[in-house]
Ligand binder design. Structure first.
Ligand SMILES: Nc1ncnc2c1ncn2[C@@H]1O[C@H](COP(=O)(O)OP(=O)(O)OP(=O)(O)O)[C@@H](O)[C@H]1O
Ligand SMILES: [Mg+2]
Length: 244
């Protein structure tokens, strides 16, 4: 579904993505791990067209996302959830979730609202449809953000550190929702520092180091002594996390 080949991204003089090649097939849940600054968010931003690659190719379902038409086609089947809740503050939870289905997909307001209420119920927010973002907790807002993404019925979802602004308890709330999603065969590319969660949810793990993909392995292999753990950098990364 997502094919990335020899992707390069430079900002001024610095090379942030240095020849990344990655394929994500339908139904896969690929977690991107790596130290801060290794290029994870830039990779996500190139896939969803927020950054323009300096070299290489990205196609989503055959659409070249560096072209206007290709990006538009890709955006119709995808959704991104970011670290910071970028809900519209002047709209209720329901308003935030129904906006794009009405404006972009051309759904009727009634149909979009019915779907939004079902999604809110699914994430445990049935009674919160008419609240504004500032009336919701961080975890609740992020769950509304996930509903907003799902309302577009995306075939794949990009998630960039969706829990890193949350406390441990609300992180748990959001991870539970993502776990549910994962079992529904949505294709996901997931950037996270939650290694234990990544291990439980992902079909594959890629590890980025200074703009390159250091390893790309099935999850089980990544955590195996003779797999990812045999790579000194991976072992070091995981041991640091375990100390936290
Ligand atoms: N718009 C930009 N202009 C210049 N440099 C940038 C820009 N965006 C990112 N960078 C640089 O690219 C590198 C990779 O950033 P990126 O945000 O992709 O890292 P990351 O792996 O997501 O890190 P983190 O785990 O901290 O979120 C960093 O050195 C960053 O400073
Ligand atoms: Mg990032």
């Amino acid at each position: 579904m997502i094919r990335i080949k020899d992707l390069v991204k430079t900002f001024d003089d610095s090379t942030v993505l240095d020849g990344v090649t990655l394929d994500v097939n339908a139904g896969e849940i690929v977690t991107v791990l790596g130290a801060s600054g290794s290029g994870k968010s830039t990779l996500i931003r190139c896939i969803n067209g927020l950054e323009r690659p300096s070299g290489g190719t990205i196609t989503v379902d055959g659409n070249d996302v560096t072209t206007k038409a290709g990006l538009a086609a890709s955006r119709r089947i995808s959704a991104t959830v970011f670290q910071l809740f970028n809900l519209y503050p002047h709209m209720t939870a329901l308003g935030n979730i129904t906006l794009a289905p009405v404006e972009v997909l051309g759904k009727s307001k009634a149909e979009a609202e019915e779907q939004a209420r079902a999604l809110l119920a699914k994430v445990g927010l049935a009674g919160h449809a008419d609240k504004y973002p500032q009336q919701l907790s961080g975890g609740q807002r992020q769950r509304v953000g996930i509903c907003r993404a799902l309302a577009m019925q995306p075939r794949y979802i990009l998630l960039d550190e969706v829990t890193s602004a949350l406390d441990p308890e609300t992180t748990g709330e959001v991870l539970d929702i993502l776990q549910k999603l994962a079992t529904e065969a949505t294709t996901m590319v997931f950037v996270t520092h939650e290694v234990a969660f990544a291990r439980s949810i992902s079909t594959r793990i890629v590890f980025m180091e200074a703009g390159k993909l250091l390893v790309d392995m099935p999850t089980e292999e990544f955590f195996a002594e003779n797999g990812g753990l045999a790579v000194p950098r991976i072992r070091q990364f995981l041991s640091q996390i375990r100390k936290d």
